[in-house]
Design a protein around this ligand. Sequence first.
Ligand code: TH1
Length: 780
Amino acid sequence: MKRDIQILTGQVLAADCRKTIAQATPRELYNAVSKAALDLAADAWKRAPGKRVAYLSAEFLVGRLVYANLLNMGRLGEVQQMLLDAGVDANVFEEIEDAALGNGGLGRLAACFLDSAATQGVPLDGYGIRYQYGLFRQYFEDGFQKETADDWQRFGDPWSVRREEDAVTVQFGGQAVRAVPYDTPVIGYGMKTVNTLRLWQAEPFQAFDFNLFNAQKYAAAVRERDAAEDISRVLYPNDDTDAGKRLRLKQQYFFSSASLQDMVRAYRAAHGGDFTHFADAYAVQLNDTHPTVAIPELLRLLVEEAGMRFADAVQVAHDTFAYTNHTIMPEALEKWDQKLFRGVLPRVYPYVKKLDALLRRTLEQRGVPMGEVSRYAILEDGMVHMARMAIFATHSTNGVARLHTEILKDTALHEWYELYPERFNNKTNGVTQRRWLALANPELAALLHDAVGDGWLTDLSQLKRLEPCADDPAFLARFMDVKREKKRQLAAYVEKHEGVRLHADFLLDVQVKRLHEYKRQLLNAFSILDTYYGLKEGRISRADFAPTVYLFGAKAAPGYVRAKGIIKYINELAELVNGDADVNGLMQVVFVQNYNVSYAEKIIPAADVSEQISTAGTEASGTSNMKFMLNGAVTLGTLDGANIEIAEQAGAENEYIFGARADEIARLQEDGYDPNAVLAAEPRAKRVVESLVDGTFSDGGTGMFRELYASLTEGASWHKPDHYFLMRDFIEYCDARLAVNRDYRDARAFAAKCVRNVANAGVFSSDRTILEYARDIWHV
Ligand code: TH1
């Protein structure tokens, strides 16, 4: 019997705050609806027998849970009606903070995987850290990024359940802390499967020292508590870079050890003390190297607590673990100083040494020359090399898009591929269509419902049946109506949050992702400035130009000075363009603050053009590219990461591809590349680059713009000039952009391209990805 969520919500509200639905504040309503829903999911939230997958990840960027969970439970319409009946705005929960326990693509991928596994019936649990503060909140002051703490639990955390009885102890050198799990149900679409996201919180054994407190030594009295809580205090805000910090290593060990202890305990309860078949009970996926310390930790547990021989433990680890690589950027490859590692984890370090010794013996047996050993060694040049440990001690290493995996095999990890070719495999990323289409774009979902039914909700390949609609004028008209409506909604949201009136009738060209030099937001900005000059000076015909909004959203890591300089530059550009009445009917530049999952849900469905312009060979996959495609935007991009597969699926004629390919970039890196030659030969390039230093814009006297200029024209001690080849691609990019603009003027033909993107987005469902992992790697 279907229980009534309205009655349950009313009961919770009456008990908790003696109010009705109409009287309750947004947070009271949020807590009540969430509690009621959790109650309705309780029966389905049971552990199925059989092998389970543990997805270990330092990040789970789940975003706002309430709408997505209600959608998957089949209760969203009911709740919306309930709110409507009570005179409450259905968007009332938009005040609720996102759970931003991740930086970007890697953390959001983990969240999509949770949704897909639960929907497809894959028994997978997420394990991570319950950060007290998630990714910082961003705002702009004078065009500069400022950060504040993200206190995401301010409105409560009604979706999690504290499991005191499952707490474990994690031991560092001289410090022992309690790891207390908070479980959140992961509700699959249709609620047939409910898996678990288990996030560990670090706590002291004793809230404070009573004797010190009585002696009025207050700071000392809470020192142990602070030191314990510090471990799960805050998410490191670096995307794609290795922080190398002691506390970060403690975080990694904290959740890796707690998660393994959890599995070991459950295994013992079910199977007794013989751990030789541990890999038949658990598959453990390492999301990048962040949880790789789990490998020596499992060895330690098996040897010291299960009495296993080291060699047998290594076999168990090999069969249990698999590793996903997400980047080849050298600055992201994790290495720990050996002394630091040994100091923080003295109980684990001996097992790292034993693994390193085993690796060296293995290399010798395989005839690897002595001179080559240093390229593989786990312990080398005073560091612990985590990726090497992850490849050596697991049975699978996968990349996240076809090109990325090929680069791993051919160059980045070539020596490992020669040693263990059978371990390497590709798993192209995906995104969940429940959140990124059904929830974010109900208008398009309704149109799809009429055209092809609803099967795509759990089988995205069914969108293929939409293909003929690209030739149907009536369908295209409805598609364009949807885009217009999503732009109107976005404009209302942007006006509320940024105080800017966005032109909802313009072409919407979007680049939203973390700010990084390799993602080349600066190239985008240069091209906008070139367009501005072109329009003002008549090189570009105003009459032929489709008015365009250029929208940015991006957070820079707080310590990444160049990235912050690029933000300031784009904000200066926005001021120039938006302040010039002469072009106001043609261009608008908007940089939204605090881009996050909830903002993405507003922006992506409204976009016409998806900017995916990383230097070829640098973006492992990208996942926003897939979300844009699914919502019917065309890709303006380089042949990088999953863009290649996107263009292949949709047909290159439905995207706008430009720029050097990965092989050309590699050649330029080898043979030499001179951006100054481009600047000398191409006045348009010269002019926009000079805007960094010629007084066109002001960096407020910080020197940021001059430093950016130098990075492009002179290089720095650690890199050559224009490390990311902006000048190589500049003119081609401007040309491709103008081609988009030209094509957009034929609204129907453009809409047909958009619809062909939707129709061919099927393979980019994370359902497909998760089923491939399950079949090829986890064997569940
Ligand atoms: C990202 C990759 O940059 C992106 O291309 C990919 O689509 C995504 O992972 C999911 O596979 C990465 N994020 C991080 C974050 C950290 C370290 C390395 C990477 S790679 C902290």
